[in-house]
Design a protein around this ligand. Structure first.
Ligand SMILES: Cc1cc2nc3c(=O)[nH]c(=O)nc-3n(C[C@H](O)[C@H](O)[C@H](O)COP(=O)(O)OP(=O)(O)OC[C@H]3O[C@@H](n4cnc5c(N)ncnc54)[C@H](O)[C@@H]3O)c2cc1C
Length: 626
């Protein structure tokens, strides 16, 4: 049965972190949107740790907020502990992080989706896609209901042929207690979209009342919490989405009444237990074929790779305010359950711990993201978009920003309008997508500050300034908010100039700041500005030299992005281009010279040859025919 006579503008398959942002972005842009998901009760479930943000990821959440997404607001309103990481280091690498109430996080997002105009939510498992020529036109579900759409966004996370491992024990599913999407993969393979296997793991969950916190070190939240949303989520008068009425709040004011995490560590006994049982680990016993996350290693990995380390730090993180369940950050494993029990009980404070859920590893299909344009649309199948873990990434934040961008681009494609492409120098979201589509990945990709060549520009507080042009072009923010940001930009510019042009004790105020003198000596009018404007101005003044150098590099590199490569350009026909490069360029189909230069294996000499031929081909195509 076909459910809808008129196709939806956008259909999103899967309501994880990517799916909810995709569906919200599309429907907030006024597109008729359908969100299909296997289980409505697991919308935006945090499959792993109950935390949002952290290094580089915290900046991504602020970028999502700057583009009208929901993750920042949702984190503020359901966060139970807030910490600014790297507080003692420079602002560029400071990142907000929050523990969230896992269930509150899900329910608030579910409710946000329910209240969203233009959006329909429906519980069904997508079993396949329907194509016409090289386009996707509809989706099939396990209920024998089909839905037609102009653009389809697939955000199925770890569910494609998901297989979970606990030692030799195997269960099908995308995560514990969930289903495995077994037939959708075939629908991709059928049209030539290639799939590979990856894996990831999660630690056990423990019952709080069975733990001895007196043997652990307490880690409290910051007394002055750094929230994620740019508008103050504590001020009901200034709230944007469902919080506008105030009555939708979840019972506490963001940033107050924070709960603690607890630190403990593994012991020599833990290391011994793990080493003695390595062969029984799904990871080390050869049960899993997929590649795992190098940067989020399992305890087996840590014990093997860092054999000289006497102990490894563990964090006990509460899963919520009204549950006694704790997540053991640092103890991810695929060892059998009996070994897990011994391992947990070898840790100070966990001697009598009761396990509520076992640790496990999951392996799943992903689609190599080099098969996508930077819009996240498939190069093979028109109108088909991919976002989130299906693209080989790992992490809620990485998934959410891809979802938002895919959602916007799905609408733009349905409307035949300009896509949203964030450049590498504009934010981590731009770096993420550019890395994925030009380099691909062979292990779960997570974001780090070191992946961004212009990370000095990516201090978390400047996300609104960096992305305002995109927000305006695609109408992603309310006009009030745009006006607000523009006046902040104006104020920062004004004060930057003012501090350089006014002197105090023989030096400009700017020089005083650069010499590391306290901002408390600055004029009273400056002190009276709101904290965000003050901090951003001081940052720009203090690092002026570095920021200007970054800008010069961007201007130079930016010119390459402006040189477009004609569609269906025949790289293999170019004399002087190395065969290997020509093949890679043919496979990747870069849209411009900048993108071509970032494909691994394509060197500067290839780019010079390419530049000459593109110029010649453009000249030829302008010449009148005979
Ligand atoms: C065991 C495990 C451990 C992890 N460990 C970490 C970690 O340590 N650090 C980290 O950063 N990240 C970790 N992650 C990854 C993190 O959970 C994901 O990166 C993130 O949730 C991906 O978001 P997503 O939206 O792409 O997919 P998901 O959050 O997986 O959501 C997928 C959604 O799609 C729905 N769905 C799937 N198939 C279908 C279908 N056929 N039809 C309809 N709906 C469908 C599901 O119901 C779900 O709602 C882990 C994940 C798992 C499962």
């Amino acid at each position: 049965m076909i459910y809808n006579k008129l196709p939806y503008d956008v259909i999103v398959c899967g309501a994880g972190h990517a799916g909810v942002e995709a569906a919200l972005a599309a429907s907030r842009m006024g597109a008729s949107t359908l969100l299909l998901t296997g289980n409505i009760d697991t919308i935006a479930q945090m499959s792993c740790n109950p935390a949002i943000g952290g290094q580089a990821k915290g900046q991504i959440v602020r970028e999502i907020d700057a583009l009208g997404g929901e993750m920042a607001i949702n984190t503020d309103l359901t966060g139970i502990q807030f910490r600014l990481l790297n507080e003692s280091r420079g602002p560029a690498v400071q990142s907000p992080r929050a523990q969230c109430d896992k269930k509150a996080y899900q329910y608030r997002l579910k409710h946000t989706l329910e209240l969203q105009p233009n959006l329909q939510i429906f519980q069904a498992m997508v079993t396949g896609l329907i194509y016409k020529a090289d386009r996707v036109v509809a989706v099939k579900t396990n209920l024998d209901i089909e839905f037609q759409g102009h653009s389809i966004v697939v955000t199925t996370g770890t569910f494609l042929r998901g297989l979970m491992h606990i030692g030799k024990n195997k269960n099908e599913g995308g995560r514990l207690g969930d289903f495995s999407a077994k037939t959708l993969s075939a629908s991709f393979l059928e049209v030539g979209i290639e799939l590979q296997r990856l894996k990831t793991g999660t630690p056990p969950r423990l019952l709080g009342r069975s733990l001895d916190f007196s043997k652990m070190q307490e880690q409290r939240g910051d007394p002055e919490p750094t929230l994620f949303a740019f508008h103050d989520t504590r001020d009901s008068g200034d709230l944007f989405h469902v919080e506008q009425t105030g009555e939708r709040r979840l019972g506490w004011t963001p940033g107050t009444d924070q709960v603690s995490c607890w630190m403990t560590h593994t012991t020599a006994e833990t290391a011994h237990i793990v080493s003695a049982n390595l062969k029984r680990s799904a990871l080390y016993g050869g049960e899993i074929e997929g590649v795992g996350p190098r940067y989020c290693p399992s305890i087996e990995d840590k014990i093997v790779r860092f054999a000289d380390k006497p102990r490894h730090l563990l964090y006990l993180e509460p899963e919520g305010r009204s549950t006694n369940e704790y997540y053991v950050n640092g103890l991810s494993t695929s060892l059998p359950f009996d070994v897990q029990l011994d391992m947990v009980h070898s840790v100070p404070g966990l001697e009598n711990a009761q396990l509520l859920r076992p640790a496990y590893a999951v392996e799943y299909d992903f689609a190599q993201p080099t098969q996508l344009f930077p819009t996240l649309e498939s190069k093979k199948i028109e109108n088909l978009f991919f976002a989130g873990q299906i693209n080989g990434t790992s992490g809620y934040e990485e998934a959410a920003t891809q979802g938002l961008i895919a959602g916007v681009n799905a609408v733009q494609k349905a409307r035949g309008e300009e896509p949203l492409i964030i450049k590498r120098h504009e934010g981590y979201s731009g770096v993420l997508i550019d890395d994925l589509v030009t380099k691909g990945t062979n292990e779960p990709y997570r974001m780090f500050t070191s992946r961004a060549e212009h990370r000095l520009l990516f201090n978390h507080a400047s996300a609104e300034f960096r992305l305002i042009d995109h927000a305006k072009t695609h109408k992603l923010l309310s006009s009030n908010r745009i006006t607000n940001i523009e006046s902040k930009i104006k104020a920062v510019k004004h004060w930057q100039e003012w501090l350089e042009n006014h002197r105090h004790e023989g030096k400009s105020w700017g020089e005083h700041i650069r010499r590391g003198e306290s901002v408390d000596i600055l004029p009273l009018d400056f002190q009276k500005l709101d904290k965000a404007t003050r901090d951003e101005t001081a940052y720009r003044v203090k690092y002026q030299g570095y920021l200007q150098r970054e800008q010069r590099q961007i201007d130079r590199a930016g010119n390459m992005d402006l040189i477009k490569i004609p569609k269906k350009f025949d790289f293999l026909a170019i004399k002087g281009l190395r065969r290997e490069s020509a093949q890679k360029l043919t496979a990747f189909m870069p849209l411009n010279l900048g993108q071509a230069s970032r494909i691994s294996g394509v060197n500067p000499a290839d780019i010079s040859v390419l530049m000459i031929h593109i110029a010649a081909s453009k000249r030829d195509s302008r010449e009148p025919g005979p």
